[in-house]
Design a protein around this ligand. Sequence first.
Ligand SMILES: Cc1ncc(COP(=O)(O)O)c(C=O)c1O
Length: 472
Amino acid sequence: MPLVEAIERHMEGNPVSFHVPGHKNGLLVKGAHQQSFLRYDLTELSGLDDLHEPMEAIADAEQLLADYYKTKKSYFLVNGSTVGNLASIMSSCKQGEVVFVQRNCHKSVLHGIKLAKAVPVFLETEWDEGSQTALGVSLDTVKSALEQFPQAKACVFTYPTYYGLTYPIHAIIKELHKYGILVIIDEAHGPHFGAWQGVPPSTLQMGADLVVHSAHKMLPAMTMGSFLHINSDRVNKNAVKSYISMLQSSSPSYPIMASLDYARYYLANLSSEETAWNEVLVDEFIHSLESINSLLKVTRTGDLLKILVRLEGVSGYDFQRVLEIEGVYTELADPFQVLFVFPLMKTKFDFPFKEALEKISRAINNANIDKKEIKRFETLPRINKISSLALSLDEMEVKEEKWVPLEDSVGHISSQMVIPYPPGIPILVAGERVTEEKVIRLKVYWENGAKVQGNHKLENGQIAVYDMLEVE
Ligand SMILES: Cc1ncc(COP(=O)(O)O)c(C=O)c1O
């Protein structure tokens, strides 16, 4: 039982979770440790309803979800926000129609566009100097895109970013609606947004048409448990229903669905006293963290539950490694920092903050860390704000590939996605031209030890491109 054994080994180390899922190793789900994970693993029995044609318990649970978020219709998803993005895009645009898409979107968005055979127009994001990460698109970029492609059918934006950063998206939604463009928001990281004043509002409150939530990331739901919300009459409701049914298992997991019901209940019943506790505990934790060592620097994000922590002079990957030696697991590391994801707590006793601080302190004091010079992205050349694929999806299907050294790849057309993970944002997309800026970014991630998904041979310094005579 390699998986069961690996999970048991990890749990024996009494790990502290500063990462998703939001139930924090089950701590926030009362009684979870007394329950076997198989107890809820049931099927479409009498009284247990059917996710694909809900009429009883699941229909009631989804109605409560829609009531809480004040939507037209809300769905439980058992295949993550991935399936929410796929179904939203496939139900909103047809072959050949233009979709505006934030350049640093999650790969599921690009997959949805590919499946719909739509034509992506990429909008480059702004850059956040403080966190050294990509933000969202600006209103100016959206306006320029609308001038060039007023016929666009839909758009997909990510809000908040994986790092919890927000940007003025309300004005963007209003602008796109003036042109009748359907607004899909990948709000995977913000299912708790709008729950109280201490967190940013949700794009559901700003009139976005389709919104996807990874309940499992920030709420106490099981991994893969997500929500899809229909928030306006512009959406083709029948198409959404039919795509989520096609794309999801015909044997949806009851433990995941039960945990979604629990997560909605948990969120809907947070009292003002409880939300205030979250703010106090996060403040106290940050204060104590900064007093461990003067080299520790904390940056808050737009989301109360996410902070970025840097150990000055040390790459985020090395910092993450020393924390893990002491049993503290963070959500992600990048060249500069690690990301801590806090639990959304009901009481101050829910999470071992004191123990975590002791472990972090030990990790830093005992660490033997190589100090590296960390390259900063801000010195890189900017890339075009609006870009399209250099080859159509049909052309890509019939072209041969070849391997070229990364150093010599500028001007070629990438034939594969190349994605440092986390944060899971593609640097190269199949069909896009390779630019100097992308090569430098990829090198920074690779040289700093990031895991890079996709079909590449970066260990030999090579990437895959289309074999074409014409190279720009
Ligand atoms: C912004 C964003 N959207 C969508 C997804 C996919 O979500 P899921 O893992 O729930 O399928 C992720 C996953 O990390 C993500 O970061």
